[in-house]
Each structure stands twice: as structure tokens, then as C-alpha cells.
Write a protein that binds this ligand. Sequence first.
Ligand code: PMT
Length: 214
Amino acid sequence: MKKFKKILISAGPTREKIDPVRFISNRSSGKMGYALAEKAVDFAENVVLVSGPVNLEVPSGVQCINIESAAEMAAAMFHESHDADLIIMCAAVADYRPKFVHDTKMKKSDGDLTIVLERTTDILKTLGENKKAGQILAGFAAETNDILENAQSKLERKNLDFIIANDVSSSSQGGFAKDVNAVTIIDRSGHREVFDLCSKKELAGKILKYIAVY
Ligand code: PMT
């Protein structure tokens, strides 16, 4: 079922430099995003994956653009988004980055250290503000509390067609770095579809099928 011309997916963490040897990042392994990219080949003529640093093989038939920072991910996503008819943001993008990046390795001294952080671009929100006619935009919401309410609010704030609510409060429900996951997809009308715990690959197929036949 090749329903889409181009599916654009983001995966993995971003890394925000503090100095040449240190960065701020998170526990995303890329497994969920790579599983989506692998399955997306069955749904689209072209599949482009924008990936943060992960230890995974690029699935066959997928074009992968490797990035490190949130700014690099934003640039790649905006560049690739113009002709994409389905975009899924699965990456765990840093919301903040150090305001000053040191050119040389920072030396320790006695006492505390304060690192000033500034906001990164909200890629998904920007994509939502510039959504093309016929383009479907889906995001993930990694939540630890008030899962569905917070996810629904992200769908509205970012002008999305679907939000995939991911409870990351307990590793028994999957989430970061696990091979399994459980999610609830919420659409614009507020309809909620529950996908119980299964492998990320199986879940990826179910998510894409749900969006494709919607
Ligand atoms: O990679 P794995 O180990 O397999 O784990 C999968 C996962 C838990 C990372 C994944 O399933 C998931 O939930 N991804 C979303 C992580 C996240 O950053 O959620 P959020 O609720 O903070 O962000 C909401 C949405 O905005 C996400 O689609 C995110 O990609 C996007 N975002 C966030 C910040 C930002 N600056 N720009 C964005 O586009």
C-alpha cells in the first residue's frame, strides 16, 4: 500500500554542546523512529529519516540524514519537509541548549557551576505553523503525568493531525531505549486509539496503518 509520496521521520536524541567534550542529551535510543522508518518503506515511495546519534543500522530503502544538535535537526527537517506528505516527529529534541559553547575544555574550580540554557526552536510547532495543503503532521508526546491531557494540548498547540501519547513514567510500558512500547494515538477530533504493549516494530506498522487508512 504505497499511499504516500514521501514520509519524513525524525528519530533519536539531540546533543547540545557545552564544550568540545561535553554535551546535554537524553536517553532516546532511536529504536522507535527507526522502526517507523523501516515500516514506512511499505507506505511511501520515499522515506527520509533525520537521525540524532544512535547505534542502529539504517533500514533498507531509507535515506538517512545524520545530525547532532537540535539546530541541525531543525535545518534538515525544514529542508526535507516541503515535499513530504506525512511527517512524524519521533525524535527527543532538546528544549534547551547552553547559551555559550566553550571553544576549549572547561576547567573545574571549587564551588558550583551554573550553565545558562536558552530555548531551541520547536521544530514540530514550526512545521505545524507552515503546514502545506494535504500534509499530515504527527508528533510523539513523551509524558510522565497527565499523559493524555498533556498530549492533547500538544496536538492543539502545534497544529498536528495526530499526537502519539507515550507514557514514559514506567519502563514496564516501554518508552526510552526499550524494544517494546505502548501508546495512545489522538486525532484532531479528540478520538483516542489505544495500542497495547508490543515490539516497537509491530507498533510502528500499526501506527502507520492507522494514519494511512484514516
Ligand atoms: O528512541 P527510543 O529509545 O526508541 O524512545 C522513543 C521515544 C520515547 C523517544 C519516543 O517514543 C517519543 O516519545 N518521542 C518524543 C520525545 C519528546 O521529545 O517528546 P516531547 O513531548 O518533549 O515533545 C513533543 C513533540 O515535539 C515531539 O514530537 C518532539 O519531537 C517535538 N519537539 C520537541 C522539542 C523541540 N525543540 N522540537 C520538537 O519538534
